[in-house]
Every structure is written in structure tokens, then in C-alpha cells.
Design a protein around this ligand. Structure first.
Ligand code: HEM
Length: 322
């Protein structure tokens, strides 16, 4: 990882570094176009920490946390003059076989806890406070599944940065000093074709992911013409520096509806890193050799946000409330 300039997680960052939880809720909303909606949302954002405390204090061992992310369009309404350098709407991608859509979202709330009732309670109170000022466009309740596996049966999250690599990969640094400590967040809701996956022999599944299934060992495929998901998602610059992101993907589903999914969420210091991962997955490297994970996984949403530090969130809320 290049350009390390964090010697600790800054205390005013939102809870990007919260430990992977047993439950999560991903809530995406759009905000009404009138000024009343703007000022209502601003006042709720300003009080978010208190809302989290109200629910979180009822069981501290539940480790409730909530990150608010702001989309590019809504950011421009909150703060027309200052914006994080790379913030823009998710750009849809049309690969030779698979496409990634761009879908609306003004605000993301990434709620995590070790108890799903705490996630539920915070979402309920949050939406109650926001009232008619927002429209819910997507809401997904995720759960931790055996050994942190996704519904395809592979352990998901192993290569995440830890220790000081975490802030160095996930939090903006001095390259954009005004927004240092914030994080770009990209989400995509994927639905899987589990029948087709089940018919795929395990050795081919392992080739597609780039790790063994049972014991989660990396498979070296750097010299292969058809790269695995793991290799396509590994980003290096010309000098050989690797750029990581922080993922907190969660399985979700409704077996009765034959719905089986992975909610992808990535936090990154540089938005271009996730954009490059997506290009390599959808267009392929070399072009055409796209990520075969996509033959079994279809994205239904795609949205980009910026999660500013707590003081920046307060300032934005304060300015827009008046
Ligand atoms: C259907 C959705 C997805 C599933 C089920 C999935 C699953 C996995 C699994 C099982 C691994 C290997 C273990 C690990 O290191 O976590 C992995 C690695 C990784 N994935 Fe995904 N993934 C998905 C989508 C994405 C997307 C959309 C991105 C980025 C835009 C991404 C980025 C990465 C990265 C950076 C790694 C680590 C690569 C390394 O070894 O350095 N994944 N993913």
C-alpha cells in the first residue's frame, strides 16, 4: 500500500474501522427536493450520534454503529462550494457480457451490530425521525453466515487490510486535507444464481474465486490468461504498490422467494481504486476475460457515497439547517 500517512485511526472518523459484525442493515434513501426536506435531513444527520447512543447504550456488548454516506448530488445541495476531490455518482459499466447499473441514492446508512434487533431498532427510529423528507430506495438486512462465508460458500473478507493498513487504505489522507479522515463508499446489491453455482464443480469455483473453498488458501493465477476474482480485484500501480480497500460484504436472502444475495460494500481512500476493480471485473483483463463470478452474480444497484468525518458531518448539517 503506497502513501501511508496514518499512524492511527483518527478519532473523528466515522466508525469505518468497526469490527465486522454479526448483523448489518444497508439503507439507501433519496431526499425530497424541497428546502424543508433538506433542513429536516440536516437536523437528523446532526443528531445521528445521539440516536446511535440511545439504542447502543441499551446493550453495549451489541456494538451498534452507524455510518452515514452522502451521494454526490445531495452533497452539492448540502455544500455547493466544497466537495471531496473524487466524489461523483457511480458510473455504470457495460462489459462485453455483464453490466453494472448506476442507481439513485442521496444517503446511505450502514448500520452494524452483533444483534439484528439493534440494527432494526436504529433503522426504525432513524426513519421515524426522517419522516416524509426521504424515500427509501433500497433496504437490505444482512447476516453473518458460517465462518464469514458468502452464499457461494467461500470465506469473504480475508484480504481486508488490518492494523495501520486499514486507515491507510480506507481513509482519505493529506492528498485532500480538507476531507482527511473521510472515506469513499461504493455499494452494489448482487443476486446469485445458486442453482447454476451448485452445478459448477468445486475446482472451477475455486479457479473463479482464486481461493480454495474449504480452507481458504490463495491460488496463484498471475500467469493464467483467465484471472480469478481475487486477481482482478488486486490493484497495483506502475511501481508495484498495491492498493487495498476495506470490504464488509454481507449475505442476505429470502429462500422462499429464491432470493440469494451478497451486498457488496467497499470503503476506500481513493475512489479510483474501486472504479479500477470494477473495470477489471466487468471489462476484463485482458479485455474480454471478465470476472466469471459475474456469470453467477447480477448487480441490481450501484451507488457511490462519501462518509465524512464526524465534525465535517456536523458542519454540513449545521450549515444546511439554517
Ligand atoms: C457478488 C459479489 C462478490 C462476492 C461474492 C465476492 C467474494 C469475494 C471472495 C470470496 C474473495 C476472496 C476472499 C477475500 O479476500 O475476501 C474476494 C476478494 C476480493 N474482492 Fe470480492 N466479491 C464480490 C464483489 C466484489 C466487488 C464488486 C469488488 C470491488 C469492486 C470486490 C473486491 C474484492 C477485493 C479487493 C478482494 C481481495 C483481493 C485480494 O486478495 O487482494 N469484490 N471477494
Amino acid at each position: 500500500m503506497s502513501g501511508k500517512n496514518w499512524d492511527r485511526v483518527p478519532i473523528d472518523a466515522q466508525s469505518v474501522d468497526a469490527p465486522l459484525s454479526l448483523a448489518a442493515l444497508f439503507l439507501v434513501v433519496t431526499v425530497g427536493s424541497d428546502n424543508a426536506a433538506l433542513s429536516k435531513v440536516a437536523s437528523v444527520l446532526g443528531a445521528l450520534d445521539d440516536l446511535v447512543k440511545n439504542v447502543g447504550f441499551r446493550d453495549l456488548s451489541g456494538r451498534l454503529s452507524c455510518i452515514a454516506g452522502i451521494g454526490a448530488e445531495f452533497w452539492a445541495r448540502l455544500s455547493p462550494d466544497r466537495r471531496p476531490r473524487e466524489l461523483k455518482a457511480f458510473a455504470s459499466i457495460a462489459g462485453p457480457v455483464h453490466s453494472a447499473p448506476s442507481t439513485p441514492g442521496d444517503l446511505l446508512f450502514h448500520i452494524r451490530a452483533d444483534r439484528s434487533d439493534m440494527c432494526f431498532e436504529l433503522e426504525r427510529i432513524l426513519l421515524d425521525s426522517l419522516g416524509g423528507s426521504v424515500t427509501v430506495v433500497d433496504e437490505v438486512a444482512g447476516f453473518r453466515y458460517f465462518d464469514a462465508r458468502d452464499l457461494l460458500g467461500f470465506v469473504d473478507g480475508t484480504a481486508n487490510p488490518t492494523g495501520l493498513d486499514l486507515p491507510a487504505s480506507a481513509l482519505v489522507g493529506n492528498e485532500d486535507a480538507e476531507f482527511a479522515g473521510g472515506s469513499y463508499v461504493v455499494v452494489q446489491k448482487y443476486l446469485h444464481d445458486l442453482n447454476a453455482w451448485a452445478e459448477t464443480p468445486t475446482n472451477l469455483q475455486e479457479e473463479i474465486i482464486g481461493r480454495t473453498k474449504i480452507d481458504n488458501i490463495e491460488i496463484d493465477d498471475d500467469d493464467k490468461p483467465r484471472k480469478s476474482h481475487k486477481s482482478l480485484a488486486t490493484i497495483e500501480d506502475d511501481a508495484g504498490n498495491e492498493y487495498d480497500i476495506l470490504r464488509d460484504n454481507m449475505p442476505f436472502g429470502r429462500p422462499g422467494q429464491k432470493e440469494f444475495g451478497t451486498y457488496f460494500i467497499g470503503y476506500t481512500r481513493y475512489l479510483w481504486v474501486i472504479e479500477k476493480m470494477l473495470q477489471r471485473m466487468y471489462v476484463g483483463e485482458p479485455p474480454g476475460a471478465y470476472d466469471r463470478l459475474l456469470d453467477f452474480s447480477t448487480p441490481h444497484t450501484g451507488t457511490t457515497f462519501f462518509a465524512p468525518t464526524r465534525p465535517t458531518l456536523q458542519q454540513l448539517a449545521e450549515a444546511a439547517r439554517n
